[in-house]
Design a protein around this ligand. Structure first.
Ligand code: 0WD
Ligand code: CA
Length: 415
């Protein structure tokens, strides 16, 4: 079945795209073309053409850990309670350690003081694009090959959350994803498209689930203050429109990345290391009582927590463990860099190198697929658990996501 795949992954060139086993390939042809017949025969010539699919099988990505440069913060921005953009850190909050034996009621305020962001509004990359336009002069540029314009010297622009989904894909068994990719000025812009399944699950969310989503934000309110030295204000309103986002630059192998992620708070010590090392990610999770709960926590939750914080170089994750009534009864610090050691002893656990190599290969795959440099063209990459990544091409479709204001302003800056 490994007809097209080299067995010695370590000797493979890094840019190589993992080809798939025959059965996976056939499955995705059916999914992609929506038909069972007239499948093209594979022959040797297929090897030299652009790959049409990418396998997500973990075993294919067990190579050496790829080069991932220490992420550097190049800027930040804030979104206020009405989702208005500010090119500054006004929404950054400061961590305040809770008591040793806390009793934080996460349910308090759910009915009276909870303002939810409207999740039907799809913002795509818009806030990040606004930030790029406002900070163009600070970003590395390269002369464009075919015009008198300056291009961003970046290969990929996206949200951190989209990269997190890529990192966890080889181990994900529940939720698929769709990523829209547009090549513009030599840069690939990657923006998520809500899947039909995700839309249905959002629209049929139960009251209990909605309340549990609130718990994470309530924990932030108990542990964050607006100013250094101030106290948290658990009597205030929880408004999920508000956000502080860091913008970082880094490199994964040859892929130069510029991405942004929401940051919960920072170390209040003014002598703490510079961003992103002073940032802290806050999480809540159910108390661990049974071995099975511990196993699920290590296998699934810590994978997501690690991927999300490793990407932007956030070194600490502070977790509030809650009982079934939604009361935080203990608080634990996880160091992002030591999570791989915590999970290593688990049987059949996840591997950081698999996550990073899959992301690496997906970005290479996207670069070979998205050849046409046109803001109105979208290469739509789709993945469902137990399938390969497939893609389709769309011109002037509802998938187009780069706004006209961005394209126009990027094209109006001469060299
Ligand atoms: O409109 C959209 N479809 C999206 C908007 C998709 C992805 C992100 N965003 C927005 C988010 O609202 C956020 O402001 O982009 C910003 C940054 O996102 P990210 O950091 O790349 O996203 P991710 O790493 O998935 O989430 C980070 C935090 C979450 O923390 P937890 O601890 O739960 O992982 O951002 C928050 C949340 O606190 N967050 C959101 N808040 C409101 N609405 C959402 C959301 N849809 N997604 C994440
Ligand atoms: Ca968080």
């Amino acid at each position: 079945m490994d007809r097209y795949r080299s067995r010695d992954h370590k000797s493979k060139p890094r840019e190589d795209i993992q080809l798939m086993c025959k059965r996976d390939a056939e499955d995705s042809w059916e999914a992609a073309e929506g038909r069972k017949h007239a499948r093209p025969e594979r022959d040797v010539s297929a090897l030299s053409s652009v790959p049409r699919i990418l396998s997500t099988r973990a075993a294919l990505y067990e190579r050496d850990f790829p080069v991932y440069k220490q992420p550097v913060e190049v800027g930040c921005f804030s979104l206020d309670s009405r989702r208005t953009f500010f090119n500054d850190a006004r929404q950054l909050r400061y961590y305040v350690e809770p008591d040793r034996k806390p009793k934080l009621d996460l349910r308090e305020g759910y009915r009276e003081r909870y303002v939810r962001r409207d999740e039907r509004v799809k913002e795509n990359l818009d806030h990040l694009l606004t930030w790029i336009l406002a900070n163009r002069s600070k970003l590395p540029s390269r002369p464009a090959a075919s015009s008198s314009l300056l291009e961003l010297d970046v290969d990929i622009v996206t949200w951190r959350g989209h990269l997190t989904k890529l990192l966890t894909t080889p181990y994900e068994t529940q939720e698929g994803w769709q990523l829209a990719v547009t090549k513009f000025g030599g840069t690939l812009y990657v923006s998520e498209v809500e899947t039909e399944a995700a839309r249905q699950s959002r629209e049929s969310r139960t009251e209990r689930h909605d309340e549990m989503m609130y718990w994470g934000y309530k924990f932030e309110q108990y542990t964050c203050a607006d100013e250094v030295g101030a106290c948290p204000n658990p009597g205030g309103v929880v408004n999920t429109n508000e956000a502080f986002c860091t913008v970082v630059q880094t490199r994964l192998g040859p892929h130069k990345l510029l991405f942004s992620g929401e940051v919960d708070c920072r170390d209040p010590d003014p002598l703490a290391p510079p961003a992103p090392s002073c940032y802290i990610e806050l999480k809540t999770s159910a108390e661990i009582r049974m071995p099975k709960q511990r196993r699920n926590f290590l296998r699934y939750k810590l994978l997501k927590w690690w991927a999300q914080s490793f990407l932007p170089g956030v070194p600490r994750i502070i977790a509030g463990f809650r009982d079934s009534d939604g009361t935080v009864v203990s608080v634990e610090t996880y160091h992002t860099s030591t999570i791989p050691q915590i999970i290593k002893s688990e049987y059949n656990s996840w591997k950081p190198t698999v996550c990073m190599n899959f992301c690496f290969d997906f970005l290479s795959f996207a670069k070979t697929a998205a050849i046409e440099d046109d803001p109105r063209v979208v290469y739509l990459f789709s993945w469902e658990p137990n399938r390969d990544v497939i893609y389709s091409v769309h011109r002037d479709s509802p998938y187009t996501f780069l706004p006209e204001w961005y394209v126009r302003q990027m094209m109006s800056l001469p060299k």
